[in-house]
Design a protein around this ligand. Structure first.
Ligand code: G3H
Length: 195
């Protein structure tokens, strides 16, 4: 049985300010998580000869992978966070004030709502298809370090969750979700490595 480990990047500077999107670096806590994650993965994959670490092209995921040195890393643009278009860099509060129509439209249909000049969850789900195909082909463990919207979509695929639930699935920071594919379905374990 070949595990897949899913995790968000460590806490970023934007997580601290409540801004969405962008390409921020990690906070001090996020950097701590990167260290914890490397030791966790080191233990979990101690006896593995091959494994790979997949990140997005955004620095918060590669910085989170930084201390894992034993396995090769692959960057996927398809793992980048949902593109918030004209709302990139804003807080939800700002969007509510400056673009109340957009805010409401998203609230009413978060799955289908597409940020102007950006993406919807459905767009994200679609662009993840090649990642899923490649994940299913892997014979060695894979550690996927990505983002909330992306991991909601990937997790939903493996856990067989209905589309409409995807934008609301909880994927907390600083937590690793281990998925094992068995004949009868998936088995899941969660490890909260720090607060
Ligand atoms: O930066 C974007 C968030 O990680 C996605 O969260 O889809 O709940 O707004 P949301």
């Amino acid at each position: 049985p070949r595990p897949i480990f899913l995790t968000r990047h460590g806490e970023s500077m934007y997580n601290l300010t409540g801004q969405i999107g962008g390409d921020p670096p990690l906070s001090d806590a996020g950097e701590q998580y990167a260290i914890q994650l490397a030791s966790f993965i080191g233990k979990q994959l101690k006896s593995e000869v091959t494994a790979s670490i997949w990140t997005s092209t955004l620095q918060r995921t590669s910085l989170t992978a930084h201390h894992i040195v034993r396995f090769p890393k692959v960057q996927w643009r398809a793992l980048d966070e949902i593109n918030a278009g004209i709302c990139d860099g804003m807080t939800y509060e700002e969007i509510g004030k400056k673009m109340p129509d957009e805010y409401l439209a998203r609230k009413l249909d978060k799955l289908r709502y597409r940020y102007p000049r950006g993406e919807s969850y459905l767009d994200v789900i679609q662009r993840l298809e090649p990642v899923i195909i490649e994940l299913e082909r892997q014979r060695a463990p894979v550690v996927v370090i990505a983002h909330q919207a992306v991991l909601r979509s990937l997790y939903a695929y493996f856990a067989d969750k209905p589309l409409k639930e995807i934008p609301h699935i909880e994927v907390p920071l600083h937590t690793v979700i281990e998925i094992q594919m068995g004949v009868t379905g998936i088995q899941e374990k969660r490890y909260k490595l720090m607060e």
